[in-house]
Design a protein around this ligand. Structure first.
Ligand SMILES: Nc1ncnc2c1ncn2[C@@H]1O[C@H](COP(=O)(O)OP(=O)(O)OP(=O)(O)O)[C@@H](O)[C@H]1O
Ligand SMILES: [Mg+2]
Length: 350
């Protein structure tokens, strides 16, 4: 059961205390609260994820969208327990089915990764080992997380390739990555990700290198698998057309912060944050173009080392007023399932 609060709940990495008023449902897979992940580089401290909260339920696809460098991948790597030196998760909480991941040992995280939470990484070519056949790569994952015999692993690998609709699965087992097309490689990565029946799958820009037809097939497949196994999916993408077609709910990130969250239909019909509006306004035909990058909004994303005072987006925002230049807007719940971080929000709500 979920109890939506009637009042406004606020959260931020600053002085306003996070108040979580929703009861956690059984279907809640992930619950991230006030996550802060930083990188301590020679140039300075990179505020890659700056006090964000989000959740994921079983059977839904959550889209995370935002320009390059907005902290999408770092959010995913934080969930996976893969933030390495000079990075540090400084504070916050990542609950997986109510269990705190940030308190897990490395060994415990090794067991959770792949088995409970799996990720398809941003760079498909680097994610596959060029010296191993498809069958051996899948078998490795199965070997780590299961006690299947050699023969059972082979049978399971074929079954997985069939599930991801790989043509001629028996034959593909003996192929090396370079013998496969981009779409086939992506299917292998998805097969590896679902091999141990995880409940959460994170896909980080899974189709950037693929053409539109293959991309559509991959997302159809992801949808089918999600329904079949009741997984929760986090889909990170630059591509707003992909979000429109594949996601139930969307989070928009800007310079390390979540600036807006909405059910997908609401986001497209009534985007509220000026940044989201800018992104959507500049796509002429959502369903006709494949976008490699987000449409451009005048100005540049700030360096995460030297963020502007006030709202991070204020230097590029045509609606910005004096307050926006000095005070950081907290993210506020404005309706069930909708959150927004903007001082001018009230003026946009219809
Ligand atoms: N290992 C690292 N060391 C230092 N800074 C890092 C490291 N990894 C990421 N960052 C910084 O963290 C910020 C967020 O990066 P992230 O990779 O999450 O962006 P992204 O939204 O996934 O971008 P893209 O769309 O290009 O993949 C960037 O400023 C990036 O330079
Ligand atoms: Mg990324």
């Amino acid at each position: 059961m979920r109890s939506e609060s009637l009042g406004i709940s606020t959260e931020s990495s600053g002085s306003i205390v996070f108040q979580w008023e929703d009861m956690v449902e059984d279907s809640r897979l992930l619950e991230i609260r006030n996550l802060v992940t930083r990188f301590y580089t020679e140039e300075g401290v990179v505020r890659a994820v700056d006090g964000n909260s989000l959740h994921l339920d079983a059977g839904e696809t959550l889209g995370i969208v935002g320009e390059s460098g907005s902290g999408k991948t770092v959010t995913a790597l934080s969930i996976m327990g893969l933030i390495e030196n000079p990075g540090l998760i400084e504070s916050g909480s990542i609950l997986f089915r109510g269990d705190e991941l940030l308190e897990k040992t490395q060994q415990e995280m090794l067991e959770i990764r792949g088995k409970e939470i799996a990720m398809v990484f941003q760079d498909p070519m680097n994610s596959l080992n060029p010296t191993l056949t498809v069958g051996d790569q899948i078998a490795r994952v199965l070997h780590f997380h299961t006690s299947l015999s050699r023969r059972e692993k082979k049978r399971r690998a074929i079954e997985l390739l069939r599930q991801v609709e790989m043509p001629e699965p028996e034959k593909r087992l003996g192929n090396y990555p370079h013998q496969l097309s981009g779409g086939m490689r992506q299917r292998v990565l998805i097969a590896m990700a679902i091999s141990c029946n995880p409940t959460v799958v994170i896909l980080d820009e899974p189709t950037t290198a693929l053409d539109v037809t293959i991309e559509a097939q991959i997302f159809e497949l992801v949808d089918k698998l999600k329904a079949q196994f009741d997984m929760g999916i986090i889909l990170i993408t630059h591509d707003l057309a992909v979000v429109a077609n594949s996601c139930d709910r969307v989070i928009v990130m800007y310079a390390g912060r979540i600036v807006e969250e909405a059910p997908v239909i609401d986001l497209y019909e009534n985007p509220l944050h000026p940044y989201t509006r800018g992104l959507l306004n500049s796509i002429p035909q959502l369903d006709k173009e494949k976008q490699e990058r987000l449409p451009s909004i005048p100005g540049e994303v700030p360096e995460l080392i030297t963020l502007p005072e006030g709202c991070n987006f204020s230097p590029r925002c045509k609606y910005a007023v004096e307050k926006c230049m000095h005070d950081d807007p907290p993210i506020i719940k404005i309706a069930p399932g909708r959150r927004l971080a903007c001082w001018k929000a009230g003026e946009f709500i219809e």
